[in-house]
Design a binder for this molecule. Structure first.
Ligand code: M6R
Length: 617
């Protein structure tokens, strides 16, 4: 939540900051602001409630000047509503110090009382202004040393924070600190950048440095220095960003979500690429790490939201191919229930952003308890992979729309690769299963593309007709069940329609009472070739709800004629082995949610109340 950008260099920083914020707007879009210092040391600041466009208008009406040092912020509100006053930056030290912040300072009320007793008056309701006032006080106490002020202040703050500050006394310097909140460095030629993630500066440089937990960074045009909170020098880890700025642009699509759904075939293909050698799954990142998988008795998957649903699908594959029991848990539930994990547990976290605070904290708790940790992540240099013993990257490319789509199919793909790898290492995977899985994985991108080419228009038409629908249900069995959950989440998230996903077998234990004439129900129908019994059971479930007036939209494989008489609408997917069906069946549901939100005239990329990266607990 909240996007942060910092710049020092020879160029006018206003445009660099605003274009960085545009790429970070997915992290929060309640308000935005920038502060810029010019070479004479004069600080200008503009901030506005609302989306970045409101700040752009304010800057067009009253530009901030040609200052070459600056910080910028796009906000997802925590303390205090989305108003101009609560927008960042916040000023202190007679408006000579500007501060921006991502995270939550948990002891801010105590600190605010302490500062108020000291005579400080506040202009906002935010925890950030408290940090700004503390920094100003420490800055004066440290004789005008901004890094020293940070060192003094970080020890007083509880909770999660990335803080950036710039001061009129120091044109050409931006200082930042991070604890449990993301911050990366972009290295330019005669200029340097800071950002919540690399999207903030990727149009200027792809050379980056990762800042570790509890570290303070100072950037000038020619130098970067990093110390830990105790003042010891730190050598930050360098990495190269593997995608360029165009990958994070809309590229002619009506929305980022439309672009990202269209990239689902590529997301799967890129995640598989380089990981099949001579017909065998080989994950180079896991070379030499066999002991992570041999000594374990159990796998625990931790994730939130859509990533959690990919974990639910992954459970079937890991249990099938690696023959290890798997539990899948919501990360925020795991941490606070005194979990039983230890050295014989492999904890697999899944996160597109790699910054989800709930997941990060759960991974840390698992590591503290002695578990081995592996991260499936889409974002290079992110915190969760850095906190893990091993990483398997999904190569879906940058995902900007708040609703996760291409990352979801890439996550399932990565989980399948992992399951096959672990199955081989543990000698649990049969040669036939391994060979079949490789073929299926390689065929997936083409099959997803077939759905986009042949079914997208019809699904969008259906969504258009259903624009006034007030409630939609989703049913699935086995691997189709998490897909039903994902279909419902996507619809809720971007179209604000009530939607629920159920295991089809659970219907008669309660949810069937919801069915009334005309109720639309999407049903993920398993292949009759894979499991005839399960297929027959799902057809029976369909008949049970049809008899009560439900309108059935079936997602079924091409040629499944048995489902035809029971379905009001039929969305076709290509033939695949049962375990691979979910990666196909979810595509129509992503298209449908997007189509319905679009038909309602909603912003599919930036749905209300949400942010892409949830970096607060
Ligand atoms: O970055 P992460 O994968 O850790 O994010 C987890 C969830 O917040 C995320 O999947 C969320 O549910 C999406 N907005 C769903 O579309």
């Amino acid at each position: 939540m909240c996007g942060i950008v910092g710049y020092v260099g020879p160029r006018a920083s206003q445009d660099i900051l605003v274009s960085g914020l545009a790429r970070l707007e997915y992290r929060g879009y309640d308000s935005a602001g920038i502060a810029v210092i010019d070479e004479s040391g004069s600080l200008g600041m503009r901030k506005r409630a609302g989306k970045l466009s409101a700040l752009r208008e304010a800057l067009a009406a009253e530009p901030i000047g040609a200052g070459t040092t600056g910080i910028g912020h796009t906000r997802w509100a925590t303390h205090g509503g989305p108003t101009d006053e609560n927008a960042h930056p916040h000023l202190a030290d007679d408006d000579r110090l500007a501060v921006i912040h991502n995270g939550i300072i948990e002891n801010f009320a105590d600190l605010r009382r302490e500062l108020a007793a000291d005579g400080v008056t506040f202009r906002s309701e935010t925890d950030t202004e408290v940090a700004a006032a503390l920094l100003a006080r420490a800055y004066r106490a440290n004789g005008g040393d901004l890094v020293g002020a940070f060192r003094a202040v970080v020890h007083r703050l509880d909770g999660a924070f990335t803080l950036l500050a710039t001061h009129e006394d120091h044109p050409g310097l931006v200082v930042g600190a991070r604890r449990n909140s993301p911050l990366v460095i972009g290295l330019g030629e005669g200029e340097n950048f800071l950002g919540s993630d690399v999207a903030a500066f990727v149009e200027h440089t792809r050379h980056a440095l990762a800042i570790g937990q509890d570290e303070i960074v100072a950037i000038t045009p020619d130098a970067v220095s990093v110390i830990d909170f105790d003042g010891n020098p730190v050598e930050p880890a360098p990495f190269e960003v593997s995608w360029d700025a165009s990958a994070a642009d809309k590229g002619g699509w009506s929305s980022f979500m439309a672009k990202e759904v269209s990239e689902e075939p590529e997301a799967v293909a890129n995640t598989v690429r380089g990981r099949i050698r001579d017909g065998r799954i080989v994950i180079p990142e896991l070379d030499g790490l066999d002991e992570l998988f041999t000594g374990i008795e159990r796998v625990v998957i931790l994730a939130c939201g859509t990533a959690y649903y990919s974990g639910l699908v992954g459970k079937y594959a890991i249990e099938r191919w690696a023959r290890i029991p798997v539990d899948v848990e919501l990360a925020h539930e795991f941490r606070y229930r005194d979990p039983i994990v230890g050295a014989s547990t492999l904890v697999v976290s899944i996160s597109q952003s790699g910054e989800t605070m709930d997941t990060l904290m759960a991974v840390k708790e698992a590591a503290r308890l002695g578990a081995k940790t592996l991260s499936i992540c889409n974002t290079q240099g992110a915190t969760i992979p850095r906190e893990s013993d091993a990483i398997v990257y999904t190569h879906a490319g940058p995902e900007v729309a708040v609703a996760s789509t291409k990352a979801f199919v890439a996550q399932i793909t990565a989980l399948y690769l992992l399951a096959l790898h672990v199955g081989r290492v543990r000698e649990a995977l049969s040669t036939d299963d391994a060979a079949e899985a490789v073929v299926q994985l390689e065929e997936l991108p083409e099959k997803i593309q077939w759905i986009l080419d042949n079914e997208q228009e019809r699904i969008e038409q259906l969504a258009h007709w259903m624009a006034d629908t007030r409630s939609v249900l989703f049913l699935g069995r086995h691997v189709g069940f998490p897909i039903a959950l994902e279909g419902a989440l996507k619809l809720k998230e971007i179209s604000y329609i009530h939607a629920e996903g159920f295991a089809a077998g659970e219907l008669k234990h309660g949810p069937i009472a919801l069915i009334e004439p005309g109720q639309p129900v999407f049903v993920v129908v398993p292949s009759p070739r894979g499991n005839a019994t399960m297929h027959a059971k799902v057809i029976s479930n369909i008949e049970e709800i049809r008899a009560r007036g439900a309108r059935i939209i079936a997602i079924a494989e091409q040629g499944d004629t048995a489902v035809l008489p029971s379905a009001d609408e039929m969305l076709r997917i290509p033939l695949a082995s049962p375990l691979f069906e979910p990666i196909l069946a979810v595509v129509p549901l992503h298209i449908f949610a997007m189509g319905l939100a679009t038909a309602k005239g909603l912003d599919v990329d930036q749905p209300r109340n949400l942010a892409k990266s949830v970096t607060v607990e």
